[in-house]
Design a protein around this ligand. Structure first.
Ligand SMILES: [Zn+2]
Length: 315
């Protein structure tokens, strides 16, 4: 059953559909990467800690720097992201303190990636490579020492591998899978609130997949742990990279088999059932109590929307 009035065109999900060719075959070729970096068409996204550095411009800010300009903002790592046509794209880290100091410089807009995405501070095509840069730079930053023997590692392959010269182990960037799901009971769905959320926001339940666990088992476990609800069938919806710092959100709808909620207060502030009409009003930003869903940049919005639109059911 579809709500009335309809919700309008579907919004765009953030961080997906990258237009970059990751050109993995170029990563082992240090000379090719150096040539790409030296080319005047090269561009780098600049990241300091959790902050993204943008050049202020109208109507929309410019996130791309020359590599020389990026390095002039501070020392740090450079990683190869891929090709935009023939032009190399790179991620360049600078010290977090340098990025923080640039906040007072009128030529730059310096803010966190969530704000960049939610408020549309750059053209949407830049979001996937910024997410890629943030995740790969963060992985390099956190893997300076070999987890096998403790020796310092060396960055190779444009930042896509770190080698240990002592025990010869090769280390590769990892992605942390997270299940994010909407339990559904006929014409109702279950939403929860994290204490970290804005006071009005309700969203899907979510949690990290544990080692040795399937997506379906993780959906069952997290829903039972966080809300005390047993689930049956699980329908995959879609996925989204979530570079905070390097998660992959795996979206699903789950068939609720029980109805009595027991909230895990360690994880959630609250959880409750919502009718389709109430959630539709939240998506429209017309809820009588001011409650909202997450913004369209996040996959939770799309998981919720698909159920409200009647695209998902377990009948
Ligand atoms: Zn080692």
């Amino acid at each position: 059953m579809s709500p009335s009035p309809p919700l309008g065109p579907k919004p765009r999900l953030g961080y997906v559909n990258s237009s970059l060719d990751r050109a993995a075959e170029k990563r082992p070729d240090a000379e090719a990467l150096a040539r790409l970096a030296a080319d005047r068409a090269a561009g780098a996204y600049v990241i300091g800690g959790d902050l993204i550095v943008l050049k202020k411009a109208a109507p929309v800010n410019d996130p791309l720097f020359t590599l020389a300009a990026a390095r002039a903002l501070g020392e740090g790592d450079t990683v190869f992201l891929g090709l935009n046509g023939e032009a190399g794209r790179f991620g360049a880290s600078i010290p977090a303190a340098n990025a923080e100091a640039l906040k007072t410089n009128p030529d730059y807009l310096v803010t966190d990636l969530r704000s960049v995405a939610v408020h549309g501070l750059v053209e949407p095509e830049h979001l996937p490579p910024i997410a890629e840069a943030k995740a790969v730079l963060n992985w390099n930053l956190r893997h300076r020492f070999c987890p096998n023997c403790g020796h310092a590692t060396e960055k190779v392959h444009g930042g896509w591998r770190r080698d240990c010269p002592n025990c010869k182990a090769e280390h590769f960037p990892r992605t942390d899978p997270v299940v994010i799901m909407l339990p559904v009971d006929g014409e109702r769905c279950l939403l929860g609130r994290s204490p970290r959320f804005l006071p009005t926001m309700w969203s899907c339940l979510a949690g990290f997949i544990e080692p040795g666990e399937s997506i379906e088992d993780a959906v069952h476990r997290e829903t039972r742990e966080e809300a005390g609800i047993a689930c049956g069938r699980v329908k995959y919806f879609g996925s989204q990279p979530w570079p905070f710092p390097s998660s992959l959100m795996i979206g699903a709808h789950a068939e609720a088999l029980t109805r009595d909620i027991v909230v895990d207060k360690q994880e959630l502030e609250d959880a409750r059932w919502f009718s389709r009409e109430e959630v539709a009003s939240m998506l429209r930003r017309e809820h009588a109590g001011g409650l909202t869903t997450p913004p369209p940049v996040a996959i939770a919005h799309h998981i919720i929307r698909a159920w409200v639109d009647g695209e998902i059911g377990f009948d």
